[in-house]
Write a protein that binds this ligand. Structure first.
Ligand code: AQP
Length: 322
């Protein structure tokens, strides 16, 4: 199996990014080939400060390595270091209908929230298709918000293959049952643009404060509560083992508890869960040269693969001769 996924350096990674996507990257990194990239071209649609974009990109690399991405198993690289993908994007763009892009939720949602949408955001799914197809990826580990974009990738690949012959491999999205859509502090999908995130590497004290401020309902303390419909419980279950989860669920069903107890248990569990990676990140941050070398090696491997696929596409549609 060949695995590919990307993550935007639009800010620091949050629990949704980790439990929806990054944890899968690590689980799948020893497949036949795995490619993970920091999507700075996508981020450029929203981050317009050059220092910020560069810093976010370096932070993303450090975060991924500290969380367990192993450069001996997976190729980690920065998207703009593989220009072949942008070239492939244009080839795909010429076969993309406006209607297909107009139906994409990510674009529609942003526009409906009054956020500005340029051509970069509108055509984002085509660049994403090029990102995926350039590595002959079979599997794309993501959260549920990205599934529609992978469908677009399949549509574009199928229509190209139909016209020019079998050039592209059709990818499949891969999601985790319990964390395909992690909720934020307000119960909506955790998302930077909704300002409801808890960051993985947030200082411990600040993280605890955010957890204590999670919005809850005004149910009386003695009333029982269904854990399945409570977002605080949804967050707790991300960190808890089976036993702790069952105990907490039983407490919910029985009633007679305050949400403060659950918040404290969640903060303790999160502290323990991310304690070790915090220390590892500090160690890595002291070796910037090593991180750049890892990204350089990853990009070289990625360019080789993307170059071969681009060539295949160019020959198929008459841009180059074999
Ligand atoms: N809440 C989430 N639950 C599960 N998975 C999630 N992902 C993001 N949020 C959740 C997954 O993380 C990967 C990287 O996503 P991205 O680079 O598109 O996302 P992001 O920009 O960090 O996500 P945000 O916070 O939701 O940003 P905006 O506000 O810009 O849309 C993807 O696999 C994604 O599914």
């Amino acid at each position: 199996m060949r695995v590919l996924s990307g993550i935007q350096p639009t800010g620091r990674f949050h629990w949704g990014n980790y439990f929806g996507a990054i944890r899968q990257y690590i689980d799948l990194q020893n497949e036949e080939a795995s490619y993970y990239f920091i999507a700075n071209l996508h981020a450029l649609t929203t981050v317009r400060d050059k220092e910020q974009l560069w810093q976010n990109t370096m932070d993303a690399a450090l975060d991924l390595l500290a969380l367990g991405l192993d450069p001996n198993q997976a190729n980690l690289f920065v998207q703009s270091d593989v220009p072949e993908v942008s070239e492939l994007c244009w080839v795909l763009m010429t076969g993309t209908s406006m209607g297909l892009l107009e139906r994409c939720h990510a674009y529609k949602d942003k526009v409906s929230r009054g956020l500005s949408a340029g051509a970069g955001l509108f055509t984002y799914p085509v660049l994403m298709a090029a990102d995926i197809l350039a590595y002959d990826a079979n599997i794309v580990p993501v959260g549920s918000d990205q599934v529609q974009h992978i469908e677009v990738t399949r549509d574009l690949a199928q229509s190209f293959n139909h016209q020019y012959g079998e050039v592209f491999v059709l990818p499949q999205a891969k999601m985790l049952d319990t964390s395909a859509k992690v909720v934020g502090t307000d119960g909506e999908k955790m998302s930077k643009s909704y300002d409801n995130t808890i960051e993985i590497f947030e200082p411990a004290k600040q993280m605890r404060k955010k957890i204590m401020r999670i919005v809850t309902d005004s149910r009386p303390m003695e009333a029982p509560k269904d854990p399945a419909t409570d977002h605080l419980f949804q967050l707790f279950q991300l960190f808890a083992g089976d036993e702790a989860k069952a105990e907490m669920a039983a407490m919910y069903r029985k009633g007679g508890f305050g949400y403060g107890t659950v918040k404290k248990a969640l903060a303790d569990a999160a502290d323990e869960y991310f304690g070790e990676v915090r220390a590892k990140r500090e160690e890595l941050a002291a070796q910037p040269e090593k991180v750049r070398e890892i990204l350089g090696d990853g990009a070289a491997a990625a360019r080789q693969q993307a170059g071969a696929v681009l060539r295949r596409a160019q020959e198929a549609c008459g841009l180059k001769r074999a």
